[in-house]
Design a protein around this ligand. Structure first.
Ligand SMILES: Nc1ncnc2c1ncn2[C@@H]1O[C@H](COP(=O)(O)OP(=O)(O)OP(=O)(O)O)[C@@H](O)[C@H]1O
Ligand code: SF4
Length: 289
C-alpha cells in the first residue's frame, strides 16, 4: 500500500534513522537522546520521534514532561527542547492525560498513531529525524517500516550492551533489518565499562568488546563503546536540564547553561558520543553518494 502523505511530510527531512535494540533496558532511548544532543550541538536541526507507545521515556529524558503538542494549520507542532529550536520532539507521552497513564492498544490503533506521527507532524526543515522504537520487533517496527517504505529511511542503529550481545535478541534485530531491507548503519555497545566519578578512569565491570565482535561477525559498522556514566543518569533524571550534573559533589553549586544541548557537552560521555556521531555522519554521507 502506498503512503504518499508520509513522503510529502518528510520531504523536508534529509536523513531518517531508526534506533533499535533486541532487548529492553540496554539504553536505546538514552543513546537516541545523546545522538540527538550531539547532532544538535553541531548546529544540525534534529527531530526525535518516540514510537515506544507503551513506554515513552524521551519526554522525561529531555525534560519535556507535561508539555503539550499543539495543532496548527500545518499539522502537529513538535515540542522543542531548546530556544534555538534545534531539537524537536514528538511522543505519545505528550498526548496522555498524565505521566502515569498507560497505553493498552492493539496493533491497528498503534499503527494508526504511528501513521499520524509520520504524516501529520510539521517538523519543518530537519537534518536528522531519529526514531526511537520499542525493544524487539513488534507492531510498531513493522508499521514504521511500512509507512516509510517509499521515503527510504537511511537505516538503523542497533544498541546493545556487552551482556546482551551474547543473547540471540540482537541478532534477531539485525535479521529483522535485513529482512525488511533496512540498511544497518552501525552498532553501539552501551554500558560498556564504568566511568569513575572521582578520577574518570573507566573500569570494565563486565566483559567488553562483544559488540565490536558481533558487528564484525555480522558485517556491520561498529560505532563505538559508551561506558556507564553516573553524570548521564543524573542529567536524564533531574528536572532542570540546564544544570550541569555533578555526582561527585551533589551539594556543590551547579553550573547553569542555556539548554540541555549545552549541559550535555559538560558530561564525559558527550566526548564518546561525539566520536560515535562522527562515524554515523560519515556512514550516512558514504551511503548517500
Ligand atoms: N551509558 C549509560 N550510563 C549511565 N546510565 C545509562 C547509560 N545508558 C543507559 N543508562 C540508564 O539506563 C536506564 C535504561 O536506559 P534506557 O531507558 O535508555 O533503555 P532502553 O533500552 O531505551 O529501555 P526500554 O526500551 O526498555 O524503554 C536509564 O535509566 C538510563 O538513564
Ligand atoms: S577508579 Fe575511582 S573508585 Fe576506583 S580507585 Fe580510582 S578513584 Fe577510586
Amino acid at each position: 500500500m502506498s503512503h504518499p502523505e508520509v513522503g510529502e511530510r518528510l520531504a523536508s527531512v534529509k536523513h531518517v534513522v531508526l534506533v533499535l535494540s533486541g532487548k529492553g533496558g540496554v539504553g536505546k532511548s538514552s543513546c537516541t537522546v545523546q545522538l540527538a544532543l550531539s547532532l544538535a550541538s553541531r548546529g544540525h536541526k534534529v527531530g526525535v520521534l518516540d514510537i515506544d507507545l507503551c513506554g515513552p521515556s524521551i519526554p522525561r529524558m529531555l525534560g519535556l514532561e507535561g508539555r503539550p503538542i499543539h495543532q496548527a494549520s500545518a499539522g502537529w507542532v513538535p515540542v522543542f527542547a531548546d530556544s534555538d529550536k534545534r531539537l524537536a520532539c514528538v511522543s505519545i507521552g505528550f498526548l496522555l492525560p498524565s505521566k502515569d497513564s498507560s497505553v493498552v492498544w492493539r496493533g491497528p490503533r498503534k499503527n494508526a498513531m504511528i501513521k499520524r506521527f509520520l504524516a501529520d507532524v510539521y517538523w519543518g526543515d530537519l537534518d536528522y529525524l531519529l526514531i526511537d522504537t520499542p525493544p524487539g520487533t513488534s507492531d510498531e517496527h513493522l508499521a514504521v517500516v511500512e509507512y516509510l517504505q517509499e521515503w527510504n529511511p537511511d537505516g538503523a542503529v542497533i544498541v546493545t550492551t556487552p551482556q546482551a550481545v551474547a543473547l540471540s535478541d540482537v541478532k534477531k534485530e539485525i535479521n529483522f533489518c535485513t529482512t525488511v531491507g533496512l540498511p544497518l548503519l552501525g552498532l553501539i555497545e552501551n554500558m560498556s565499562g564504568f566511568v569513575c566519578p572521582h578520577c574518570a578512569e573507566c573500569t570494565n565491570v563486565f566483559s567488553t568488546g562483544g559488540g565490536e565482535g558481533l558487528a564484525k561477525h555480522m558485517d556491520i559498522p561498529f560505532l563505538g563503546r559508551a561506558p556507564i556514566d553516573p553524570n548521564l543518569v543524573m542529567l536524564l533524571e533531574q528536572e532542570d536540564k540546564t544544570l550541569v550534573p555533578n555526582v561527585n559533589d551533589p551539594n556543590a553549586e551547579q553550573i547553569k547553561t542555556a539548554s540541555m544541548v549545552e549541559t550535555y557537552q559538560h558530561c564525559e560521555l558527550s566526548k564518546v558520543f561525539a566520536d560515535i556521531t562522527d562515524k554515523l555522519e560519515l556512514r550516512l554521507q558514504e551511503a548517500s553518494k
